[in-house]
Design a protein around this ligand. Structure first.
Ligand code: ZN
Ligand code: ZN
Length: 326
């Protein structure tokens, strides 16, 4: 089974930030993949980027999770089936855009396609897979979700595409950016370091099964989060966070998604656009990627380019509003 694909979706992970911004407590950029890789904090992400392509990716639609999952799965911002644009609607009538998972099955009827993650995105159809769909309640263990995916892949060595969605980082909305010795999901900094270990586990699994060389690894996220911006400061004040702690406070990813960086010294907006919630993750990696493309960076892409790029890598016929970046 040459040419397989593992799609890893990490909820709420910012792919990149503004390089001018460092946070007082860590001396690092706010938690984001590119900044932490450059600071030497995420060795496995670093390797995937060195042996892959990094896309500076943006969610230019609605930055909540239901819409983000839809954009990742379908490559389109538009919802055809319901005028109000409810991304859950696919569950009810099944009439919306095709997904990368269902299109993979059409292209390769013999190859198995499976999905593992939160029930909401499985039920709504965006990550419903033709051969096996396992969905759990919100924030079910990332560790156990991964183990279920690994078990299924071992039992079905003819798998063609596997979607693995890890939800627990999304619990780091409205929380401290840094807390000493914090456990997974109790602050953003340590949770991002933990995600590097989950990525290590996935990579090691593919290598030990001798699948790495023939597998595309696509890593994406649905939205980032507000930190160090006018929206995060306003939200923190609303929630009673003391003024001196606001520079360590990450708000969620609520509207407005267009925000401005905050000058903590002057205690005012800097007037410079930051748009934190729109900064999504998009990495193309895996042993199937041609080595001549290793280490490249694409300066701008969008969340709707994610599915079309997978489609072109896998040779799948796929219509979307986004474009392939390969
Ligand atoms: Zn989300
Ligand atoms: Zn923001």
């Amino acid at each position: 089974m040459k040419n397989r694909c593992l799609i890893l979706i990490l909820d709420m992970v910012a792919g990149h930030w503004d390089a001018d911004i460092t946070t007082p407590l860590t001396g690092l950029e706010p938690p984001n993949i590119l900044g932490y890789v450059n600071a030497g904090k995420l060795p496995v992400f670093k390797e995937c980027m060195e042996k892959g392509i990094f896309v500076n990716s943006w969610n230019m639609g609605i930055c909540n999770t239901p819409h983000g999952q839809k954009y990742l799965a379908s490559g389109t911002y538009k919802t055809k089936s319901e005028p109000g644009g409810n991304p859950y609607w696919k569950m009810i009538n099944g009439l919306d855009s095709p997904t990368i998972l269902s299109s993979c099955k059409l292209a390769y009827p013999q190859g198995k396609v499976a999905a593992f993650g939160s029930d909401a995105w499985m039920q709504s159809g965006w990550w419903k897979a033709p051969d096996c769909t396992m969905g759990w309640g919100s924030y079910f263990s990332d560790f156990l979700t991964s183990q279920h995916a690994f078990n299924w892949m071992q039992a079905n060595p003819d798998w063609k595409m596997t979607l693995l969605y890890l939800a627990q980082y999304d619990k780091t909305g409205n929380c401290p950016l840094f807390k000493k010795d914090a456990a997974y999901t109790n602050d953003k900094h340590h949770s991002l370091l933990q995600l590097d270990k989950y990525l290590w586990q996935i990579k090691l699994f593919l290598e030990e099964m001798n699948w790495w060389d023939e597998t595309w690894l696509f890593i994406g996220s649905d939205h980032g989060c507000h930190y160090g911006c006018d929206v995060a400061v306003a939200e923190g004040r609303k929630r009673g966070i003391p003024e001196q702690d606001l520079s360590n406070y990450c708000a969620n990813h609520q509207e407005p998604y267009d925000c401005f960086s905050w000058d903590f010294k002057k205690n005012q907006s800097s007037g410079k656009r930051l748009d934190c919630a729109r900064r999504t993750l998009f990495i193309i990696s895996g042993g199937a990627l041609d080595k001549t493309l290793h280490g490249q960076k694409i300066s701008r892409g969008e969340i709707i380019d994610f599915a079309p790029t997978i489609a072109s890598a896998m040779g799948i016929d796929f219509k979307a509003d986004g474009k392939s970046l390969l």
